[in-house]
Structure formats: structure tokens, C-alpha cells
Design a protein around this ligand. Sequence first.
Ligand SMILES: [Zn+2]
Length: 201
Amino acid sequence: MRFFRVPKLLRWNYRNAMWQGRESEVYLTFDDGPHPLVTPWVLKLLEKHEVVATFFCIGKNVDLNPELFQRIRQAGHAVGNHTMFHERGRHSSAAHYMESVIEAKKHIPSSLFRPPYGSLTFRQYRKLKNLGFKVVFWSWISYDFDQNCSKNEILKQAKRIKGGDILVFHDSEKAEIRLKEVLEDIIVELKRKDLKFSIMA
Ligand SMILES: [Zn+2]
């Protein structure tokens, strides 16, 4: 059973974090890049449809692809911190986790933060808030990374996307196949619903 929409109960612990945006808007987010092959493809598609997105980048990947990172920013998209090495919060000490976030911040000038796997302890959450980070979760996840989830299933679930939703995709190797199959159809469908594409402030 895959939950494309995050159950309300799960949001409770981090209810002051960002799970949803403004009603008339929809928020595309891409995690885990920049990736030398997938990110340029995403940028081109976003440009074609004249929409903006937020890229939650892994510090290590920004370090490896600095020009690509600049291209994302120059195109008017927002960027956010997704740790240095994609650590899982619940498997890391708060001290190590924060070191990773601070290291990533040297590469990613942003106060937006998304925890890899949505995994975060309350202690880490508090430390992030104290450092001035805005923690951004999501309300709808695409499962583009899951080869066992078919294109048709993703597109079917995407019909339920509504205003205010924060959507997660991945500009990563793992997600490349599904992402390329579904992203354009989803953008077109959301435009048809007259939703405005926004970035996190
Ligand atoms: Zn991630």
C-alpha cells in the first residue's frame, strides 16, 4: 500500500513545519539532485511550460555539479538544503545530522530544508528551527523512484492533486524512468486545473 497523500496523523508531530501551501497554488519540488543527466531534462521541461519549482539538493551533488546548480538558480527556481550525504535523521545523532546540514549550507544558500526520507527526530527538528531553517515536508509524493509503481498508477493518483499541495519528485538516476514518463502529463493537468505554480518563500 502506497500513500501518495501524507496521512494527517503523521503531520501532527511537526505541525509547525510546512506541509501545504496556499490554496490557489501548487508547489513542484525535486529532491536529491543536481544530477548531470536528469536535472537538465527537468529544467528544460519546466522552461517549456514556464513553471517554477524548488530543488532540494544534496550538498555532495552540488559540490560535484556546481554549474548545474547555478543553472537551477539562474532559471528562477528556488533551492533548499537536503543534507550533505542524504542522511536518515532517525539513524543519525543530532550532532552528526546538524554537521551535515551546516556543511551542505556552505554549498546551498537557503533557509529551506527537507529531511531525506522525511526522517527526522524532534531534537533535530528543534535544532533546525533554532538555526532559522524552514522545514518543508510534502502533501503528495509521486513514487517516481519506485520501479514497482507503474506510470498509470502515478498518473491516476496525480488526478487527486489539488490547490495547496506540495509535490515531491526526484531528479535522480533512480527516478529517471518514471519521472520522464509522468512529469509532463502532470504539469499539463495542473495547468488545466488553473493552479499557479509557486516556489517556497
Ligand atoms: Zn532525498
